[in-house]
Write a protein that binds this ligand. Structure first.
Ligand code: 4HQ
Length: 261
């Protein structure tokens, strides 16, 4: 995968390329990472990249000419790459989008500043618009890093050891199960016994149950969207029966308070 970032702040990406899994992916040629400074494509002597908005108002807009020059230079270098604009108007980024983008040969990521880019850039030179969420950033750079990070770890061989992308959060539509490491007791809280037992099948069941319950309690919207398998339905039924038993006990064992339903 080839990433080309178009930005007026290329230095923001230096520490990003230089650490952790991104760094290793570059070293192992699993990804190629580069930036183009949009300012270098400004024709005027002061290399201006912004201008006042037609129609008036506060704030500035990214001038189209330097952006067009930078995008065309990136496209010439990587003709098969898709060009992506980071903008709140885009498709909201998630694991599914990350997987789709990971299938492309290259991504040219266009980072705007100020109030955004001239509309004719998005219309003529952009393949996809992506938003990393419903909040306002000061520029597209952090959004580009989020996209590059999530896409990179979907590329085979970028995650070390047995840490595989197919096993982690969202690949099965669930949040991750709880994780524990040493010590066995930390500040009075013990690790669940089953994890120390060495019974691999039971540990796997415990982890599925942990993942399901955490998703149910913290992100019920994810369960709504997911196709549940037989095992998952059985676990949820078990908890449903548990909860129903508690409710039934309270109804049978106590007189209903007056005035309450
Ligand atoms: N931007 N997801 C760049 C964002 C944003 C987002 C606002 C994009 C500012 C200039 N980008 N403009 N959310 O907030 O991608």
């Amino acid at each position: 995968m080839k990433f080309v970032v178009l930005t007026i702040f290329p230095e923001m990406f230096d520490p990003f390329w230089d650490h952790g899994i991104i760094r290793r992916a570059i070293d192992q040629n699993k990804i190629f990472a580069s930036t183009l400074n949009i300012r270098d494509f400004a024709e005027d002597k002061h290399q201006v990249t912004d201008d006042r908005p037609y129609g008036g108002g506060s704030g500035m807009v990214m001038k189209p000419e330097p952006l067009a020059g930078a995008i065309r230079a990136a496209n010439r270098k990587f003709p098969s790459a898709k060009t992506i604009l980071l903008t709140p108007q885009g498709r909201v980024f998630n694991q599914e989008v990350a997987n789709e983008l990971a299938a492309f040969e290259g991504l040219v990521l266009v980072c705007g500043r100020y109030e955004g880019v001239d509309e004719r850039i998005s219309h003529d030179l952009i393949d996809y618009e992506i938003s990393i969420g419903d909040y306002v950033l000061t520029g597209g750079e952090l959004a580009a890093m989020v996209v590059i990070d999530a896409v990179t770890r979907q590329i085979p061989g970028t995650l070390g050891g047995e840490d595989a992308a197919e096993k982690d959060s969202f690949s099965n539509g669930l949040l991750e199960h709880a994780h524990y490491t040493r010590p066995q007791v930390f500040e009075g809280n013990a690790v669940p016994e089953i994890l120390l037992s060495g019974h691999h099948k039971e540990i796997e069941n415990w982890r599925l149950e942990s993942a399901l319950l955490r998703t149910l309690l913290k992100r019920p919207d994810l369960l709504q969207d997911k196709r549940l398998n037989k095992k998952e339905i059985e676990i949820l039924k078990k908890w449903s029966r548990n909860i129903q038993n508690i409710i039934n006990f309270h109804h049978e064992g106590h007189k209903e308070p007056k005035g309450e339903k």
